[in-house]
Structures are given as C-alpha cells and as structure tokens.
Ligand binder design. Sequence first.
Ligand SMILES: NC(=O)c1ccc[n+]([C@@H]2O[C@H](COP(=O)([O-])OP(=O)(O)OC[C@H]3O[C@@H](n4cnc5c(N)ncnc54)[C@H](O)[C@@H]3O)[C@@H](O)[C@H]2O)c1
Length: 263
Amino acid sequence: MKAADLFDVSGHVAFVTGAASGLGLAMAEVMADNGAHVVMADINPDTLEHHAERLSDAGRSVEGVVLDVADLDALRAAIDNAAESRGRLDAAFANAGISAGPGYLTEAGRIDSVDPARWDEVVQVNLTSVFATVQAAARHMKRRKSGRIVVTSSIAGLKSEHLVGYAYAATKAGVVNLVRQAAMELAPHNVTVNAIAPGPFFTNIAGGRLNDPEAARAFAEMVPMGRIADTTELQGLALLLASPAGSFITGTAIPIDGGCTAG
Ligand SMILES: NC(=O)c1ccc[n+]([C@@H]2O[C@H](COP(=O)([O-])OP(=O)(O)OC[C@H]3O[C@@H](n4cnc5c(N)ncnc54)[C@H](O)[C@@H]3O)[C@@H](O)[C@H]2O)c1
C-alpha cells in the first residue's frame, strides 16, 4: 500500500482538545492537512479563532469550539455535536492539559507545598476531562464499529520526573492506565485507544516556561538527543495513531522523547 493511502484521513471527522496551541494545534493541523474535518476545541477564544481562520484560509476543513474541558457537560455536548453534525466521529484527541507548577527540587514544588485547589484543577483538566472525552467519543465510535482515541500523556506519566509537579505526574500516569483499560473494553468494537508520551516540546505550557533559556537548558539536558523538540515532530505519530496505518495499535503509551525514557 502507498504511504499516502496508509495515512489518508480524507472524509474523517476528528475532535481535538487544546487545539489552539502547541501539540494540539500540531495534531489538528496534520489531520486537516491529510483530509480530515477537524473540530478544534480550546478555552482560549483568541488563539482558537486565529488558528481556525488561518487553517480555513489555507483551504483546510476546520471549525473552532470554545470550551473549558473542565466543564464536562460542555465537553460532552461538543463531542456529540461534532459526531452528529457530520454523521461520524473517526478520531478524538484528548490533549488539553495544564502544568502543576515546578517539581520537587524547588521549594514550591515540594510535597508539603502542594496546593489542594491547584491539585483539584489539574486532576479535573488532565484526568477527569480525558476520561469524559474517551467516554463520549467511544459512544459514537462503538456505534460505527470504528474509531481512534489518542490521549496526550507525558514521559512524566511513565517514570518519575523531578521537573514537574505532583499533580502533573499523577494525572499523566493515570491516563496511561485509563488508556489500557478503555483499549481492552473497546478492542472488540474496533476502537483503538492509545497514549502519546511526549518529552519536552516547545509549546506555551506553563506560560511558555520552555522559552526561558535556563528552563530550556534544564529540560534539554535530560534528553539524550540534547534538545527540545518542535511540535511538528509529533505529527507523524499523531497521524499514525489516527489513520489506517495504525489500525492494529491499541492499549499502548508511546514515548516520543528523544530517548528520555530509554536511559
Ligand atoms: N510541551 C511539552 O513539552 C509537553 C510534554 C509532555 C506532555 N505535554 C502535554 O501536551 C498537552 C498539550 O500541551 P502543550 O504543551 O501543547 O501546551 P500549550 O499550553 O501550548 O497548549 C495547550 C492548549 O490547551 C488549552 N487548554 C488549557 N486548558 C484548557 C481547558 N481547561 N479547556 C480547554 N482547553 C484548554 C490552552 O488554551 C492551549 O491552547 C498537555 O496535555 C500537556 O500536558 C506537553
């Protein structure tokens, strides 16, 4: 089979959370570039409108939906609407996520400093909303006996990581087993569920912390390849998991990390 056919998602409908920046934007773009209609969901109306318009002007089929994934009713309604308005939902990317602040090497990141309100907020966005996305998408996909769910975890969900906060580490590990659990139930329905576990990528997470040269150096030092990745470097894996090429991959958490988890 030709590579172009393996990765062709023409006519597919994809739903992406956190689609107005960073990794989610890269996922939305690669799906739209390869033929899918993409529903881009994000809490930030300005960046969402900017990128949705930019992609539409470039001839891509996209629409923006402003929502806070922590509002589970709004999230479910947006997924239902995406599936029902086009009669199908082929791929769902549960990608929106937030930082929990610094890791335990700083005073603010130590176990005694964890703020309960921030803990709850991170759990709601990084774990509970991911579950709600998987649940809502699966309902539509089971009906059509076809679907791809991709969750953005982190290398901090696969191993301890001193540069991230407790709630981040816990939620990113939580979604990995959520993915395995859902993958088992949904496998007979031909719905695949996988996690992507990125190492450091240049995005706007944590207020664009990686754009600060000192923080960037600290992150780059932990990467065997010695650098932070560009968001376009995630697009191949995202498209693989959501296209015909990935039809037999399920229940996995795939690191994309310049070697971080291997060492
Ligand atoms: N950048 C990295 O190095 C890295 C590494 C591992 C995992 N991740 C994960 O990748 C995912 C995307 O993060 P990113 O790095 O692209 O960050 P980013 O801040 O550039 O993008 C995140 C997007 O999600 C949106 N968002 C945040 N909270 C939301 C909410 N409550 N409802 C809806 N949208 C919301 C933001 O407005 C933003 O557009 C996250 O789950 C993050 O934990 C990032």
